[in-house]
Design a protein around this ligand. Structure first.
Ligand SMILES: CC(C)(COP(=O)(O)OP(=O)(O)OC[C@H]1O[C@@H](n2cnc3c(N)ncnc32)[C@H](O)[C@@H]1OP(=O)(O)O)[C@@H](O)C(=O)NCCC(=O)NCCS
Length: 345
């Protein structure tokens, strides 16, 4: 609605590690094959953080691109939110580590919702802008989950990759940015996808420690069933909540975990393949980074136009899910430095 305050996406960026791990590489490490991985997941290769890559370095790379594109500097940002489940350290927050590199004194905090983390963080950041508390928020989705992948476990090691994506949100009176928000979780399903032993919890008996090795654990079949259900339902709910019909959707930007899950979500919204952004083949599941990376690539391919309705949808550990309709474009955002005062309107 024009006249109401909205949070337009005015900048976007992504950063990927250089190192590529192909299905053929994995077939030399575990009992698997390119044919199995492609037919069950759609993944052909993924990027793996090297020793020079950190959650911080990837975040900063994506954030710098997003700030440049928005034409602002880090000290013009009011708030930094990082959606991640693989921060470089627990104390301090990943957001403060990013700020140390970027500069500025914006508020900074992390948000943990696993692979749904970016969409949760986008919803949170948008609220700060929509309420008028802040004018500009930097939202980052980043993960280096391969640090926690067991490369002797073929059921998980073929799925994940690393990366980062970021967006800048800025205030506008035009109907831009997030138009609807669907957030959900089923905490009872927490053991279907988790990393044990990487937190303050310590088992009572020392003998239990081997069980708490810090490798990602997953019940693939349960997660698959859950994902097919919630991706479609959450996306459909987000469209309805925005007062739109499926025919109004210009592009689905889904979490890239498995091509079969993406296809199921697209079917639920009755969308043809050319309205669904897919890059899972090249990056695998980059967790919280996957939606903003997909957004950046869709934009770079010239697929997004001012006023387009995009549907973001993600699922992940928690179990959690998140979706929203984003009206693309920067209409109404004040580009004049004079109205870029630090806080408030
Ligand atoms: C993991 C996943 C790809 C497995 O695909 P699937 O079609 O369900 O396969 P299944 O788990 O039923 O396994 C079928 C067989 O393939 C085997 N298999 C598993 N991984 C394999 C691999 N990488 N290569 C070859 N065979 C593999 C299994 O051991 C099983 O063998 P069995 O029948 O002899 O026991 C799928 O369940 C999935 O994508 N789940 C969601 C995971 C996810 O998205 N996680 C992240 C959420 S953010």
């Amino acid at each position: 609605m024009a006249g109401t305050r909205h949070a337009a996406i005015t900048g976007w960026g992504m950063a990927m590690p250089d190192r590529i791990l192909t299905n053929a590489d994995l077939a030399e490490m575990v009992e698997t094959s390119d044919e199995w991985i492609v037919s069950r997941t759609g993944i052909r290769e993924r990027r793996i953080a090297g020793t020079q890559d950190t959650t911080t370095s990837l975040s900063v790379g994506a954030a710098r691109q997003a700030l440049d594109r928005a034409g602002i500097t880090a000290d013009e940002i009011d708030l930094i939110i990082v959606g991640t489940c693989t921060p470089d350290q627990f104390l301090v927050s990943q957001a403060c580590l990013v700020q140390a590199e970027l500069g500025g004194t914006a508020g900074a905090f992390d948000l943990g919702a696993a692979c749904s983390g970016f969409v949760y963080a986008l919803a949170t950041g948008s609220q700060f802008v929509q309420t008028g508390l802040h004018n500009r928020v930097l939202v980052i989705g980043v993960d280096t989950l391969t640090r926690f992948v067991d490369y002797t476990d073929r059921t998980t090691c073929v799925l994940f990759g690393d990366g980062a994506g970021a967006v800048v949100l800025e205030a506008t009176d035009e109907e831009r940015g997030l138009l609807s928000t669907v957030l959900g979780a089923d905490g009872a399903g927490n053991k279907h996808l988790y990393i044990p032993g990487w937190g303050a919890f310590v088992p009572e008996s020392a003998e239990l420690f081997p069980e708490y090795r810090p490798y990602l654990q997953m019940n693939g079949n349960e997660v698959f069933r859950f994902a097919v259900r919630v991706m479609g339902d959450a996306a459909a709910e987000a469209v309805e909540q925005a007062g739109l019909s499926f025919a109004d959707v210009d592009m689905l930007i889904p979490h890239q975990a498995n091509l079969r899950i993406i296809d199921a979500a697209a079917r639920r919204l009755d969308l043809p393949r050319d309205k669904v952004w897919v890059n899972v083949d090249r990056y695998g599941n980059t967790s919280a980074a996957s939606v903003p990376i997909a957004l950046c690539e869709a934009e770079a391919a010239g697929k997004l136009a001012e006023g387009d309705n995009l549907v973001f949808v993600a699922f992940g550990g928690g179990l959690s899910w998140a979706a929203g309709v984003v009206r693309w474009g920067t209409e109404g955002v004040c580009r004049d430095p004079a109205c870029r005062s630090r806080r408030g309107r």
